[in-house]
Design a binder for this molecule. Sequence first.
Ligand SMILES: Cc1cc2nc3c(=O)[nH]c(=O)nc-3n(C[C@H](O)[C@H](O)[C@H](O)COP(=O)(O)OP(=O)(O)OC[C@H]3O[C@@H](n4cnc5c(N)ncnc54)[C@H](O)[C@@H]3O)c2cc1C
Length: 164
Amino acid sequence: MKPATFNYLRPSSLEEAVHYLSEYGEDAKILSGGQSLIPLLNMRLSTPKYLIDIGRAEGLSYIKEDGESLVIGALTKHREIEKSELVKEKCPLLSEAIRWVGHEQIRNRGTVGGSIAHGDPSAELPCVLTALRGEVVIADVNGEEIVSPEEFFLTYMLTSLQPD
Ligand SMILES: Cc1cc2nc3c(=O)[nH]c(=O)nc-3n(C[C@H](O)[C@H](O)[C@H](O)COP(=O)(O)OP(=O)(O)OC[C@H]3O[C@@H](n4cnc5c(N)ncnc54)[C@H](O)[C@@H]3O)c2cc1C
């Protein structure tokens, strides 16, 4: 099958993306690596009126050290984590787990933000995030909020993310 018709938006920044979400939230979906969303669109299990493709938004792909923590941007690809020496050294569990995500083609496209927002309980990243008591930064037009995995993952494929 093919997706239902949608309007395609391509923000170049986080600010622009959250602006679109505040405007079209209920009718919109973020598109990141597309590895989970595109099949849902093709099967018409998801029929958003607006697709907000953040794939080229600037400044959302990074792996940084911040004191005792690693801070990983939402657009960081699974493969970048897999290849990162910093992750290997500072967070060996993540380094070990990420190579079990699908196959190389999936890891070349799939993103950290996409996997966590998708909230699949069998997925590696939500599991590692919960096991290591990581934190999720959620953005909207009013700013950012930091939540624990317990606050974020509500149940099977349902998170506390709001439409905006
Ligand atoms: C054949 C196949 C095998 C796979 N095997 C595994 C596996 O073994 N283990 C595993 O963990 N995963 C697996 N995956 C899933 C893969 O890891 C996906 O990449 C991931 O789940 C979603 O990431 P994405 O960037 O592709 O997100 P997308 O598909 O673009 O989006 C997924 C969902 O998250 C939302 N979203 C995306 N980014 C954001 C954001 N920054 N903020 C808010 N919402 C956002 C979208 O609106 C959508 O609802 C597999 C996928 C495929 C196709």
